[in-house]
Ligand binder design. Structure first.
Ligand SMILES: *[C@@H]1O[C@H](CO)[C@@H](O)[C@H](O)[C@H]1NC(C)=O
Ligand SMILES: *[C@@H]1O[C@H](CO)[C@@H](O)[C@H](O)[C@H]1NC(C)=O
Ligand SMILES: *[C@@H]1O[C@H](CO)[C@@H](O)[C@H](O)[C@H]1NC(C)=O
Ligand SMILES: *[C@@H]1O[C@H](CO)[C@@H](O)[C@H](O)[C@H]1NC(C)=O
Ligand SMILES: *[C@@H]1O[C@H](CO)[C@@H](O)[C@H](O)[C@H]1NC(C)=O
Ligand SMILES: *[C@@H]1O[C@H](CO)[C@@H](O)[C@H](O)[C@H]1NC(C)=O
Ligand SMILES: *[C@@H]1O[C@H](CO)[C@@H](O)[C@H](O)[C@H]1NC(C)=O
Ligand SMILES: *[C@@H]1O[C@H](CO)[C@@H](O)[C@H](O)[C@H]1NC(C)=O
Ligand SMILES: *[C@@H]1O[C@H](CO)[C@@H](O)[C@H](O)[C@H]1NC(C)=O
Ligand SMILES: *[C@@H]1O[C@H](CO)[C@@H](O)[C@H](O)[C@H]1NC(C)=O
Ligand SMILES: *[C@@H]1O[C@H](CO)[C@@H](O)[C@H](O)[C@H]1NC(C)=O
Ligand SMILES: *[C@@H]1O[C@H](CO)[C@@H](O)[C@H](O)[C@H]1NC(C)=O
Length: 695
């Protein structure tokens, strides 16, 4: 039997486990496991694995160098070395803290107390001790000094475990671990996942409308309070207070008092504007925050980036033909840093910031006028800034930027904004701005990659998020071209296929002055879920995904642990569950949604029905209570308790739910779009067409 993920039904109980480190299959270097088409000669891993034949051979050499005379002990050591090839090796070697020289050895016999699954785990740590204690091992990986220093060999002496450790207890304190604490341990065999039955989809998603405004981004205040920042496409940011769910309160946001106003710098057009914002993880101490927006070099002198179409990437800017007679790279994508220092005695008290840039993190000129993502996010584990960038438009990625490892288009970048190099160094390294390159970016394994790149082969990543309980889950919606909208689990160095593939389908570009990438030369990671355009009916005749969040709130316990995403045009919402848990394998279904009968702001309805008319679903947000919000053209909605829409959820504690005092509801009549609202919808309507690359 393989090592077991013990708490199979973790997410069915209501405990929040903030330090949970359960992860999807992931290798020790954070890359995705791959499927071999040959069998490894040494390690007993087939199917999904983290070792290619070269690494397998290295492990064999390491094993032979140990020169273990006892065959029982030798076979245990072989399995321990080969655990590097396990598809869960990142988890087994707990690389999130200090990487270990050996995997966590299961040290206890465990039976999980769940009626549906009962797992027995051998005391593998004791087995290793009992079998190997008197056996000499050269270059023993069990030397105490090796703890926390993966792969480092300090001594080539023959050592026995009894030379290194006083007792089995000491040994297993150092190397053992149980799998009852919500993590994986190694029991001598490849890790397997216990099958779980696919949970039935929730009856529906209950929404309450708490704001009328149209926003593209929502970011929880890093101080943990019940506040969040909202930004709109023209370039304003507001700080808002979020009412408690069911309180009848609405979003406290004063449109006339923005936190930051960049409308003078931001170039606004159908697919241009302020696309993202991110607050430094230590914002409460250092007051640093960042915006991502588009600018026009013709109208603003601060818009001065190198063109992404250049000779480095086999692109001749003079051949580019952007829309509307724009100059090549007239429009640019910018990340700029700001500070609240000077406007408040401490950052958490800041109510506004001055719009002067502290520094420019990056500026890059865009080849066309669409598909340039622009979301920015700090990684919860590593503190680096992730920057989502589309292929730059033009329809079918004509210059093949997404697959070009030297181009920053069609990529997710990962930048260190805490260590800013000198200007000379920036020049020297050929960087695009004021940031440094994290040492473990994937260029260290693939020298062809531009060092900023974390993942490639994306078309237009439109809304990515990290699971707040499992930070190794980095998940993105990636907008499709003609056929398929996809959701990807982003891993280090992962190639998500565009434009060799659109989702699971081969893609033939209409024009390709930038050449093609051969099918054989790439090893694409296919989407974990998605939908065909034919599955959604939209007036526009098309579709565009808006990636969402793992739902981690207890407000709707039936949504807990599911990934929620939407189609921007169709107003359709999906909820996906992962089966088996932590497998990275999803079952997704479209779910109905309704508006709470006591919604603070009445939802308007789709004509001739009681369904709420959300308009376009631009984005999602998550607050510090882990509640999930939908940012739509018609306003801001929060996922509410199911009973407020008369959806049944057996896990909901309905007795706890005194219904909110209706007299605090500010409105009770159905609302209609007024004239100015319609204009907003029109503007966004063309924005959306461009998102799709319908040029
Ligand atoms: C892997 O399989 C493909 C097709 O199935 C084949 O063309 C290729 O040569 C194989 N690679 C190796 C290393 O065996
Ligand atoms: C195996 O992987 C290593 C590290 O990723 C890489 O350097 C090497 O080229 C790969 N070998 C083969 C045969 O693919
Ligand atoms: C391996 O161990 C045997 C004794 O068990 C010893 O005779 C031999 O020299 C060792 N080989 C190496 C390369 O250390
Ligand atoms: C689970 O544990 C509780 C208390 O620890 C016990 O009362 C119950 O019988 C156990 N259930 C099963 C199925 O083992
Ligand atoms: C290892 O040595 C100890 C002490 O000499 C002895 O008690 C024990 O039985 C030995 N174990 C094995 C597996 O040989
Ligand atoms: C390892 O061997 C070296 C010399 O061969 C010796 O000086 C050292 O003390 C040995 N270390 C241990 C832990 O036995
Ligand atoms: C197993 O290892 C964990 C982590 O080191 C420890 O807390 C626990 O007490 C160990 N259990 C046994 C039975 O040794
Ligand atoms: C798990 O379920 C899948 C699909 O239902 C099945 O193919 C597979 O054999 C099952 N695995 C185990 C270990 O039961
Ligand atoms: C803002 O204040 C913090 C804390 O005093 C300081 O570390 C930081 O350098 C300041 N930033 C700027 C841009 O002045
Ligand atoms: C939902 O339940 C409430 C309270 O039981 C009831 O007043 C309301 O009419 C129901 N709404 C729908 C749409 O069934
Ligand atoms: C439901 O909520 C009520 C009121 O908060 C509480 O007294 C009760 O214990 C809860 N029931 C459960 C099963 O959690
Ligand atoms: C939201 O819009 C509706 C319809 O225009 C209006 O009746 C309502 O007062 C607005 N609510 C807020 C809080 O702005």
């Amino acid at each position: 039997m393989g090592g077991v993920l013990a708490i199979i039904f973790l997410f069915s109980n209501l405990l929040l486990l903030p330090d949970a480190s359960f992860s999807l299959p992931l290798c020790t270097d954070s890359s995705a496991p791959f499927t071999l088409n040959t069998t490894l000669g040494f390690c007993p891993y087939n199917g999904k694995t983290c070792c290619n034949s070269t690494e397998d051979l290295q492990l064999q050499k390491q094993y032979e160098a140990m020169n273990i005379s006892d065959s029982g002990c030798a076979s245990l050591l072989k399995s321990i070395l080969c655990a590097k090839c396990d598809q869960f090796s990142a988890e087994l070697f707990t690389v999130t803290s200090a990487p270990r020289p050996v995997p966590v050895l299961c040290n206890s016999t465990v039976s999980t107390n769940s009626s549906q699954s009962k797992q027995e785990i051998n005391d593998f740590c004791a087995e290793v001790w009992n079998t190997c204690q008197n056996v000499s091992i050269k270059n023993s990986p069990f030397a105490p000094s090796l703890q926390g220093q993966a792969g480092v060999t300090v001594s080539s002496n023959n050592t026995k475990l009894t030379d290194l450790w006083q007792s089995k207890t000491d040994f297993c304190l150092a190397f053992g671990g149980s799998s009852t604490d919500d993590s994986v341990c190694f029991d001598g065999d490849p890790t397997t996942l216990s099958n779980t039955s696919i949970p039935s989809p929730p009856h529906g998603l209950c929404l309450e409308k708490i704001g009328n405004g149209t926003y593209l981004n929502m970011v929880a205040h890093p101080d943990g309070s019940n506040r969040a920042f909202f930004s709109n496409q023209p370039g304003k940011v507001w700080l808002a207070t979020i009412p408690e769910e069911g309180s009848g309160g609405i979003l406290e946001l004063d449109e006339s008092n923005p936190f930051l106003d960049l409308t003078d710098e931001v170039h606004l057009d159908t697919q241009f504007g302020m696309m993202g914002m991110a607050f430094h993880p230590n914002f409460a101490q250092n007051g640093r925050f960042f915006t991502s927006f588009n600018c026009d070099k013709v109208t603003w002198a601060g818009c001065t980036g190198r063109c992404t179409c250049n000779s480095d990437v086999n692109c001749d800017p003079s051949q580019l033909q952007p829309d509307n007679g724009a100059q090549p790279c007239q429009f640019q994508s910018v990340i700029a840093e700001y500070s609240v220092n000077g406007t408040a005695s401490e950052p958490s008290l800041a109510k506004y910031a001055t719009p002067s840039e502290v520094r420019r993190i990056i500026t890059m000129g865009l080849p066309f006028t669409s598909e340039h993502g622009g979301q920015i996010l700090f990684g919860p584990k590593d503190g680096f800034l992730y920057f989502m960038m589309g292929d730059g438009g033009g329809g079918g990625d004509p210059y093949n930027f997404s697959q070009n490892k030297k181009s920053l288009l069609g990529k997710i970048m990962r930048l260190d904004v805490d260590n800013i190099p000198s200007e000379a160094e920036i020049e020297n390294l050929g960087l695009w701005g004021n940031y440094s390159i994290p040492k473990d970016n994937p260029f260290t394994e693939d020298a062809e990659l531009q060092p900023e790149i974390w993942a490639l082969g994306l078309r237009n990543p439109w809304r990515c998020s990290f699971d707040s309980e499992r930070p190794s889950y980095f998940i993105c919606g990636d907008v499709g071209q003609d056929l398929y909208e996809e959701v990807d689990l982003i891993t280090k160095g992962g190639n998500y296929g565009w434009r060799v593939y659109e989702g699971p389908y081969l893609f033939i570009p209409p024009t390709s002055p930038g050449g093609n990438t051969s099918l054989k030369s790439i090893n694409p990671i296919f989407p974990v879920m998605g939908y065909n355009h034919s599955e959604v009916n939209t007036n526009e005749g098309s579709a565009s995904i808006t990636g969402g969040y793992y739902y981690r709130s207890q407000t709707d316990p039936c949504m807990y642990g599911r990934y929620i995403y939407a189609d921007l045009y169709a107003g359709a919402v999906w909820a996906a569950s992962e089966t088996p848990e932590n497998s990275g394998s999803f079952t997704s279904s479209k779910i109905p949604f309704g508006c709470a009968h006591n919604s603070p702001i009445q939802c308007s309805s789709v004509p001739g029905s009681t369904l709420p008319a959300l308009g376009y679903i631009f984005s999602f947000g998550e607050d510090n209570r882990k509640d999930i919000f939908i940012l739509a053209s018609s306003g801001v909605y929060r996922v509410a308790r199911p009973s407020r829409c008369n959806y049944t959820c057996s896990k909901e504690n309905v007795t706890a739910l005194a219904s909110p005092n209706p007299s605090t509801s500010p409105t009770s009549h159905a609302s209609q779009l007024n004239g100015s609202h319609n204009n907003v919808v029109l503007l966004f309507s063309s924005f959306l067409l461009l998102l799709l690359g319908v040029l």
